[in-house]
Design a protein around this ligand. Structure first.
Ligand SMILES: Cc1cc2nc3c(=O)[nH]c(=O)nc-3n(C[C@H](O)[C@H](O)[C@H](O)COP(=O)(O)OP(=O)(O)OC[C@H]3O[C@@H](n4cnc5c(N)ncnc54)[C@H](O)[C@@H]3O)c2cc1C
Length: 397
């Protein structure tokens, strides 16, 4: 088994396959160190980690979060606070290393500093990869190369929708003021964060992760604009310095149409297994990577690497996340159509109608399709949902 990419999804697929009995599982990672460079906020649901049976060591967890404040472009706020931590902030460098260590313990071998240049095809099957001019044969390749999808493009296979990729930037800041240590801040704006949002995620040590993702323009310039022109943020960061800036794209268009070929499975960002609403790809990606690991082991057991058999991977992940991905994609498309004025009205409405009382009953934040069904029974939620849908359909409301 060859896994391309030692990010969380590659390591988790490899770990699962090896744990279930697959021998000779190799992960090729182009960088010399797992988890470096890191470009991600690592904000994940605690329930999601539990569902994946991951008990992450304390040193990997930078904070535990009980709530969120959503800010409109004009400063309106909507707060949601839970009684206990619902999400946590992972140190992505350490988290990736933790997963790789679990995989190594299960027998997976890592080839660090080895970039895969292309897939090797034989009789219509992916039968290995080429790296540094050498061909390495395999029965099955798991492509977890991340959002770049270079190998898929080279092989002429379907990749993610470029129009639904946003460009992310993230920085670390110290000395942040006027922020609740257990609350993330989300700033919506079609100006500097068109197509997603900007965020401040506090860490236990008093520092924070500040970032945004946008469809338009240069993300660094957008981040500079955000921290200097949003008066709330300017005040919070007036004694802070932005350091360790990192840049990376986020695919938010929902899954690619086909995540398997003869001898090939596609997982994680490469498959666009990312929540279209929030850009969160860790829990969703790992959920599908786990399925890919299981299907890999079954393929080896049955000696069947045909797309007819590997289609089972797609059937299983669609059962697990397909409905939620469809709902989240529709919500994303709707949000993208809203003007800043409309976003402002929606946030004010949520606050006035005390929607936080309904939202605190939502325990499921990874599967936002099934998760929102119970709260849609409430008339307050209906009002906001209806307003949002209408606002996104009518230019000014
Ligand atoms: C700014 C930002 C903030 C984010 N914040 C969050 C968040 O708070 N919560 C959340 O859930 N998600 C977040 N995400 C998304 C999350 O980072 C990704 O969904 C997740 O990293 C996907 O994991 P992956 O293993 O599929 O890909 P990656 O983490 O991108 O890993 C891919 C790996 O493959 C390697 N690779 C690529 N090509 C090759 C090759 N040809 N040969 C060998 N190795 C190769 C790369 O070096 C890399 O190590 C964020 C993303 C960004 C950009």
């Amino acid at each position: 088994v060859i896994v391309v990419g030692g990010g969380p999804c590659g390591s988790f697929a490899a770990l699962t396959a090896a744990k279930l009995g697959a021998a000779n599982v190799f992960v090729f990672e182009e960088h010399k160190e797992i988890g470096v460079p890191s470009h991600c906020s690592g904000h994940v649901s605690i329930r999601g980690l539990k569902r994946l049976e991951l008990s992450v060591p304390q040193k990997v967890i930078e904070n535990e979060i009980k709530g969120a404040i959503f800010y409109s472009p004009y400063g309106s706020e909507f707060r949601v606070k839970f009684g206990s931590p619902i999400t946590c902030v992972l140190n992505r460098n350490l988290f990736d290393k933790y997963l790789a260590a679990l995989a190594e313990d299960a027998g997976v071998k890592y080839k660090l500093g080895e970039r895969v240049d292309s897939f090797v095809f034989s009789q219509g099957f992916v039968k290995g990869v080429s790296t540094k001019g050498n061909t390495i044969a395999s029965n099955i390749v798991v492509d977890s190369e991340g959002c770049s999808s270079i190998l898929l493009k080279k092989a002429g296979l379907a990749t993610l929708a470029k129009s639904m990729v946003v460009n992310g930037v993230q920085a670390e800041v110290d000395n942040i003021k006027n922020i609740d240590g257990d609350t993330v801040e989300v700033y919506l704006s079609q100006n500097y964060a068109c197509g997603l949002y900007a965020w401040i995620i506090p860490k236990r040590d008093g520092s924070a992760k500040v970032g945004l993702a946008t469809k338009n323009g240069n993300p660094r310039k957008s981040l500079e604009y955000f921290v200097s022109h949003n008066h709330k943020v300017r005040e919070k960061l007036k004694n802070s310095k932005l350091v360790n800036l990192s840049y990376h794209p986020i695919p938010i268009g929902g899954s690619i149409s086909k995540t398997y070929e003869n001898g090939l499975l596609i997982v994680g960002d490469a498959a666009s297994h990312v929540k279209p609403t929030t850009g969160g790809g860790i829990i969703i990606g790992l959920t599908c990577a786990k399925i890919a690991g299981d299907i890999t082991r079954q393929a080896i057991q049955n000696r069947d690497y045909s797309k007819a058999f590997l289609a089972t991977y797609q059937k299983r992940w669609q059962k697990a996340i397909g409905f939620d991905m469809t709902v989240m994609r529709q919500i994303r498309l709707m949000l993208n159509r809203l003007s800043d004025q409309q976003i402002d009205k929606i946030i004010s409405l949520c606050s006035q109608l005390h929607l936080d009382q309904d939202l605190t009953r939502v325990k499921e934040i990874d599967f936002q399709g099934k998760g929102i069904i119970p709260i849609l029974k409430n008339p307050r939620t209906w009002m906001v949902t209806l307003y949002s849908i209408l606002a996104s359909l009518i230019v000014y409301i």
